[in-house]
Design a protein around this ligand. Structure first.
Ligand code: FA5
Length: 335
């Protein structure tokens, strides 16, 4: 077949076919291994240099046009002529969805509960100044209380920047830019340079609370934390306040709640004491109010700081805090 004959036939055939299978046959007839155009292209080597150039050029141009026409027609015929069978009883494909880390779940729940109590959710930076993390919180340099928080200092050391050891510096940031009365919680990541075990991580999460206004008392705090705990664990609990020392509160307390698992009978979770330690709290120290230029004679406030992983461990029965950031999908998929 000559190039002219091919050109006359092939395009008509491409348009005439009605199924993809027929079109494949046309493709095979002209462009297949033994196709008409392939034969001409293969025969080029036997021609003179002049013929090679002119015929070669024409043959290649024709091949491109045929391929374009085939492509277009394949597009039009897609699916035509094939019998379509749809089995409506065939089980659907399961859509694989991701899971939220239990830490995210507990933080959302904690935030929702406090929002329903009229609190606002506030955030602060994880890299803090020494002033906000320590000095303004009544923990001056060389004060032994600094040893309560093993700190990651950032270089260069003369800038006195650090990874916050607690969420309490956000108290300072917020009070310096807002006037009382207010109620806030501050969820956030915190860091301590300490050995890890089943209950301690170098990177963990705290939720700070701060309420400042006129006539705010520790009794208000006890009522709020009790209502919060009842909502989170959907059961009645008792709250116990023990004296505790934090330089930025006076008086300071350690907050315990009756163990939601054994209900005070004693179990592994509460180390057979019937009580679980939730965090620290107290009445904002006058020195802290001084640092943020509030008048301690006019306003009072309570503050608290609780460990979020601790709540998730209690609520979901997680035995080891290191699982949260392990990246182990077998852990995450359980939630
Ligand atoms: C504080 O960090 C105070 N800022 C809390 C506070 C705020 C007191 C406001 C008074 C007023 P503490 O170091 O105890 O306190 O930490 C509070 C909670 O954080 C602990 O009860 C614990 O649940 C959690 N936590 C502390 N260190 C770790 C750690 N290494 N890994 C996991 N959770 C921790």
């Amino acid at each position: 077949m000559t190039l002219q004959e091919i050109e006359q036939l092939v395009f008509a055939e491409i348009i005439r076919v009605t199924t993809a299978k027929e079109l494949e046959e046309v493709q095979h007839t002209y462009l297949g291994r033994k196709g008409h155009l392939t034969a001409i292209l293969r025969g080029l080597s036997t021609l003179s240099l002049e013929e090679k150039r002119t015929i070669g050029e024409q043959a290649n141009a024709l091949r491109v046009r045929i391929e374009t026409a085939l492509k277009e027609q394949f597009g039009k015929l897609e699916g035509k002529g094939e019998e379509k069978f749809f089995d409506i009883t065939f089980p659907g494909k399961k859509v694989v969805t991701g899971h939220l880390n239990p830490l995210t779940l507990i933080l959302r729940e904690i935030e929702d509960i406090f929002i329903s109590f009229g609190f606002s959710v506030v955030e602060g930076p994880e890299v803090e100044t020494e002033f906000n993390n320590f000095d303004a919180l009544n923990i001056p340099a060389n004060h032994p209380a600094r040893e309560m928080w093993d700190t990651f200092w950032l270089k260069p050391e003369n800038q006195k920047l650090l990874l916050r050891t607690h969420t309490s510096p956000v108290q300072i940031r917020y009070m310096m830019t807002h006037e009382p009365p207010f109620r806030i919680i501050v969820p956030g990541t915190t860091y301590r340079y300490e050995a890890t075990d089943a209950r301690h991580e170098m990177q963990f999460t705290q939720v700070e609370g701060l309420v400042v206004g006129k006539d705010v008392t520790l009794a208000n705090f006890k009522a709020v934390i009790e209502a919060f705990f009842i909502r989170l664990f959907a059961q009645k609990v008792e709250i116990r306040l023990r004296p505790g020392y934090f330089p930025f509160v006076e008086p300071g307390v350690e907050v315990d709640a009756t163990c939601p698992r054994c209900k005070k009978k004693g179990c592994e979770l509460c180390k057979f004491s019937g009580w679980l330690e939730l965090g620290g709290a107290g009445m904002v120290h006058p020195n802290v109010f001084d640092a943020v230029k509030y008048n301690p004679k006019e306003v009072q406030g309570f503050a608290f700081g609780i460990g979020a992983e601790r709540f998730a461990m209690i609520k979901y029965g997680i035995p080891d805090i290191r699982l949260f950031r392990s990246g182990d999908l077998r852990f995450i998929r359980q939630f």
